[in-house]
Design a binder for this molecule. Sequence first.
Ligand code: TXA
Ligand code: MG
Length: 324
Amino acid sequence: MARHIDILKSPDAAIKEACAVLAQGFPIGMPTETVYGLAADATNPVAITHIYETKGRPRFNPLICHMADLAMAEQHAEFDPISRRLAEAFWPGPLTIIVPLKPDSNIHSLATAGLDTVGIRVPKGFAGNLIQAFGRPLAAPSANTSGQISATSAAHVDEDLGEKIELILDAGASAVGVESTIVKVEDGKLRLLRPGGLAASEIERVAGQRLLRSGKASAAIEAPGMLASHYAPGAAVRLAATAVEPDEALILFGAAEIKGANRAKTVLNLSPRGDLAEAAANLFDYMKKADASGAETIAFSPIPNEGLGEAINDRLSRAAAPRE
Ligand code: TXA
Ligand code: MG
């Protein structure tokens, strides 16, 4: 079992203990506003190897490097004017920007999977303070076994990885609930690599241009692990349900009318008032609860594809994708 430290009750101890484990080259469960991360020193190859092994993650899939602020980010990467503008507008927050790595950056190539770019994010709140105290960037994928549902609470991290890691910092439920939005500037154009906790429309407003969406599921190295089956619960997933069978769990959004809902194995509503931010915050926890009901299939009522709905529908289509 991993040790837990409540960051609200003992913020100083949390930072001190976390820095000690990180300095020894081991990963910790770290709360961020999006999801819990499995964080380790991005400059230490042994520490990064621990991340890949703990998650069972393919090593060709690069990790996001978390920084304390834009100044720290600029020590490691080149920011073009659009990327800098986005960083200034949205950091700290749920936005990851892919930028060229500086040749003298000491971020280890295992973290970037050998690419000449790096995904950078400045997380809001406690994680930012921790990075400031540690003084080096932290590589952190979501704190879950590769391919499974991301962790949005310390309890989720513990259930999945508690036997494999030493320390989990507990900040309660993640406020945003889905991973960061990932963008990259290419030839002055902005591309959306992963919809996430910052709505695409917000980014478009600040950048003054539309986001290019690759549209195809095979963006190769740009987004490995963001394809095919991911976020997969044990149960099968069925989308846009208009009726539900008695052996299915049902996850609703808003005031949807679903035939057979009174007979379903369990019924959960992501947001009865139809608020997409609330739905995103509940998504992974409710998927885990529906899975735990023993249902063979989890049926979802339709979710609008605007705002954070784009990230929710992205995660759901991966959860529903054929498994290998
Ligand atoms: O909200 C989040 O982003 C969370 C929290 C912990 O910060 N982290 C997260 O990390 O979701 P992860 O590793 O599960 O997802 C990172 C994604 C991967 O799909 C990876 O392929 C992509 O970012 N990525 C990382 N570096 C990249 C790069 N240089 N070029 C293209 N994609 C990159
Ligand atoms: Mg993940």
